[in-house]
Every structure is written in C-alpha cells, then in structure tokens.
Design a protein. Sequence first.
Length: 476
Amino acid sequence: MISAKLPSVIETGDSRRKAVPEGDGTTGHAGRRRLPGVDLRPGAVKQARKESGLSLAQVGKGMVTAPAIYLIETGRTRPSLPTLEHIARKTGKTVEFFLADQSGNTDETKTGLIELEARVAEGRLEEAITLGDLLLKLGTSAHRLGHIRFLLAQAHLQLGKPEQATSLLREAHAHFESVGDVLMLAECMGSEASVAYMTQKPGAIDLAERALAIVRNMKAVPHATEARLLTILASAHVANRDWENAIRLYEEAIEAAGSLFDLGRMAKMYSGLSSAYRETGHVDAAVKYAGRSIALLEVLRDRVSLARAENNLGLILLAQGDRTAAHKHLDRSLELAEETNLEVGRSHVLMSLCELSLLQGNVQAARQFADQALAMAERLEEAANVAEAHVWLGRIAAEVGDEELCDTEFDIAIRGLTDIGVEERLLRCHGIYAEILESRGELKSAYEHMKKAFSASRPGILQAEADETEERATSA
C-alpha cells in the first residue's frame, strides 16, 4: 500500500542525485530532515525574478535568505516544494513555469494519487486528508499539485468543512488553468461554487454556470461532470430559495447522469429535489425524494449528508403537521451534526428546532435554539443564516408581545438580507413581518412591507406601474 511507502520517501529524500545539494534548508519543524528538492528548468528562477523586478532578498523574504535564492538560481541547490511555491507567488508565475520536466508520468506520487482518489471515493476522508497532506510534502509531487489539492478539497467538503477547501481549490484552479486542463478547471470551479453557497458567499451561481458552459463547449461532453455541475448549480439555487430553477436543474442533472450511477450524488440530488418540492407546496413529492435520499445515505454511511437530509425530512413532516415524527428526525439531525463535528449548516438544524418549539408553544426552548443558531452563524460568518436567526428572534418577540424587540430584530434581518442581495429570502422576511404588523393593527406599516416584498420579487414593476399611472394622469 502506498501509505506504507510514502513516509520513507520523505525521511530519506531523493538519494539518486547526490551531486546536487538536497533541498534548500527549509524544514517543517525543527529537528526533521530536509524536504526533498524539485528539479527546475535551468535559468527559470532568475528569469522570473528579473521579469518581476525583484531582488534576491525580496524573492526570498518570509521564507529563505537571499544567498539561498542565489544558490537556487545558479543550480547549486534545489528548492523544496514549499519554497518553489513561495518563489512562484512572489514572482507571479505558476509552479509549472519552473519545472524541468512537465510530463510527470513517472514520478513517485502517481501511485499515491491513485490511492488518494480511492480513499475519497470510498469515503475514507480522514485517511485521504492524511495521505494528501503527505503527498504535498514530496518534491516530486509538483506535476500533480492540482489533482492532489483538488482531491484534498473534496475530502474537506464532504466532511462539511468548506473553509479548509478554499485555498486548496484556489491553488488547484490556478494549476489547471496554467496547464490547460479544461475539464479539471471546470470541476474545480464547480467545487469553488459549492464552497461559495455553503459559506453563503456571493458568486456561487455565476461560477457554476461558467463551469457548466466550459463543459458543454467541449467536443465530447463528459456527462458525469455535467451532472455534477448541474447538481451544484441546483444546490446554489436552493440556497437562494429559487425553487423552480432548482427543480428544473436537479431534473436535468438526473437526466444527464443517465446510467452513470453515483449513489452519493444521486442521494444529494434527491435531497435537493425534496427541499425544492417542499418549498413549492408539493409535499408528497418532497416526502418521496427525502425518503430516497435517506435510504441511499444510510447505505453509504455518509453521516454528514445524512444530518442535512434528516433536517430536510423533519421540515417536510412539520409542514404536514406531524410534529412527533418531525421532532424525531430533527433530533437525529442535530445528533448527527454533533457526532460528525459538522458546523457549516448546523444553524439550519437549530432554526428548524426553533420553529418546532415555537409551534409547540415552548417559547423558551425556541429562543434558546434561535440564540444558538445566531451564535454559530455569526462565528462562521454565514450572513444569510445570521439574518434568518434574527427573523426567528423577531417572531419569538412577537409571540410574547414584545413589540419593540420584534421591530428591532426584523430591522436587523431586513438590513442583513438587503446587504447580501438574497431577494427570495428578503421577500419572505418582509411578508412575515407584514403579517405580524397586520395582527398588531398597524395596517399602514404592514402594507409598506407587503409592497417591499412584492418589489423584491419583481424589481422595477412597482415603479413602472407608478410611471404609467402618472402618465395617464398627465394625459387626462
């Protein structure tokens, strides 16, 4: 197995080239052996430094000394991979620019990469991360940096840790772009879109659409990749509460997948379809797809995705009025989230439990869940979930008759949703607040918020109608 072989490579370095000094003196920690060196194209480092207008000291700053850069330039020593990446960043070049042999067909990380891919595919994610981190330390991994980082990012994403995947995907993106690997560039952009919608950052839909366009412009469209990207794009629409587009794209994804059965991806498609059908009022279809998703995830033992699917089913059962069954699934969702250390998305589960508690008349429990959701969303900088938590706190305040606090919470929520530009959520927030104001007898304010809700869903229509009315009045 590769896991048994690779540590000895790191410990011994490259013993085949004793004529050239090993590495550049950089080590991960004091007392460890030097990292193996990377073979460079003669003159590449000096060329990059000159073109960037930097001195030896400026290139090495923060990593190695000016004399060390001079030794690398003159070929008297080979840089470790971390040092080469530092030089690449400083000079604005890609790692590939410096490499002596860009074929990468015989390097010792080839077997390791195959093993890494297998571990990710089999769901052995912690093992995959250990191996991937090990591969990144090898000097001979330079040609395979893009694939190693991409697979490492997939492992982190599947563990529900998008923040760890961000820098890996950014560097993998640059690698695939520089070597002209169009398919892997599209795959990478798709994963970057996943990170964006999981962390509630803007740009997820644009990234996924660009990736999909790249794939569909290829002479032979890779349907497995197309299906993956359609699923990611659909998930981004779910995050934006654009249910009709989400359903359409999930159905396209299932059609594109055809007979290419990826049970894990199919489970996520079913879960996404279930969420979209629930929000559009098709509860029977939502229950059907939620059940399919959970069944597949149980088989795959994907406990991170199962936590999300259980939350989804709990909300569907809540919509059906089956609070007992909903409580069971929501409790299991939270239990799975805690068991797997899932943080991203846990605030969704807490807000679902808040909703259930409020329906059961347990205001104290509802407030506790909303406060926990707010604290987690703020810590993870999930702007949309922060606003949603304030919506729930506003509803709780309305329930106990604290009108001032209710107004404050909804003001915070509306400003937050306006700032991040999620129109569907903003529409819903205005609508909820309008109902609360109407029940308080504040009809004028309620009307204003209903008008804003309509404006958020149909930008420009109210102004067009006002202009048309004014024009008719002028003509008369």
